[in-house]
Design a protein around this ligand. Sequence first.
Ligand code: ATP
Ligand code: MG
Length: 469
Amino acid sequence: MKALAKKALGAKEQNSELPANILAKPIVISRDQHPISRKDIAEPALKVLYRLHNAGYEAYLVGGCVRDLLLGLKPKDFDVATNASPEQVHKLFRNCRLVGRRFRLAHIMFGREVIEVATFRGHHDDETEEQKHAKRDAQGMLVRDNVYGTIEEDAQRRDFTVNALYYNIADFAIYDFANGVRDIETGVLRMIGDAETRYREDPVRMLRAIRFATKLSMRMDDSVAQPIKEHAALLQNIPPARLFEECLKLFTAGKALANFEMLSDYHLFQQLFPLLKSYLQAPDEAPYQMIRQTFADTDSRIQQGLSITPAYLFAALLWWPLQARMEQLMFESGLPPIDAMNIAAADVWGRQVQTVSVPKRFTIPAREIWQMQQRFERAKGKRVQTLLGHPRFRAAYDFLLLRAATATPLERKQLTAQAEFWTEQQKGHSPSSPAAHDNAAPARKKRGRRGGRRRGGPRKKPSGDTPKS
Ligand code: ATP
Ligand code: MG
């Protein structure tokens, strides 16, 4: 794309009234000068683009999908921008739902695939300063945002220059409003407008900056990187459910380790996981090693095409805070380990969901993975078979391996022996007790949360969203 870069670099001078990086006129890159072909675009997205176009509306692919196609990556989703209002879009498609309170969007459903169609967003130029002010909270965050506008205005509201690229179905050209193509080619992540202001408007952009830097192998421009540490605490204003969605994007897309390291460097990880903050200071110790290894393993499973589940990921991240709380409960109140774990688990989740709220469908299996660690220690006789048949066995066994691999030298021997026992049990049929566990107190009967307690019955498929193994 050398030719494109030259063209972009030679683009018009900026108009001083426009936000930094926004061009007075877009650079138009015609079909013969860029590599994006209609073959690269998912069928449902093409259908939406053509239906809008044939009805006389403007229709563009926009954002990450255009950026990813230019980089030769497979887009995760295809987003469409149009001058048709959501109601006009709704009239054109039977399979359409209007969603969103803050900003109305049309979702066009094609089986499990959803194409999001957004009407160009505008400025609030016609408003008084008070009206503008009323829509921002004390930290400067936008709380309402529903004015439609032109494509130029729409481009200005996007976050990074590489995300302000539009592929026009009318002429198959790319419209570049912010020198995004140049930035793709030179590998620099730049913000549209003033980065600090844009972070204040929406602090999630700090997480997005890191995610795009690692995903796209781009360098954050100094102006993008520099304000992050100082503004990291603004993430406290973001609803925990939104931060959970961002965490999934950060940690389940193959760049978990790189994101973890960069997020920690920029003090963002500490905001998402305050319970882990103290461990980050001690990179040679077991808790840090476990966090790091969890992310490394997640990436390597994705690389190998194996499934992953947020339940396992969160179980691993919160294991050491759980241990700390359990020890405190056992020491202060003399609680037995099983009871201590139940109470500690409730405490740890209670604190975690204040920043990143993990849905119950993941916290429940995560707790089971934890409880199985205790059951692994004690299982004897028939209980061994029961555990082997448990829907969470595989994840819990992997978790035991992870604990053994990252344990302190003192604990490593015992955990390795346990892990070996369970490795053997999966191969053989001997239901004998673990040699390393002569302390085997009779395991308490525990309530099976899902699928009930199954004694040697047939193995049930895990019921999580993306079962591990
Ligand atoms: P990916 O799909 O790989 O996560 P993306 O850039 O497509 O990356 P989306 O969250 O799908 O990210 O958003 C689509 C587009 O919407 C972005 O490319 C960007 O133009 C715009 N956008 C999304 N979130 C924001 C935000 N917080 N602030 C400004 N613009 C945003
Ligand atoms: Mg996207």
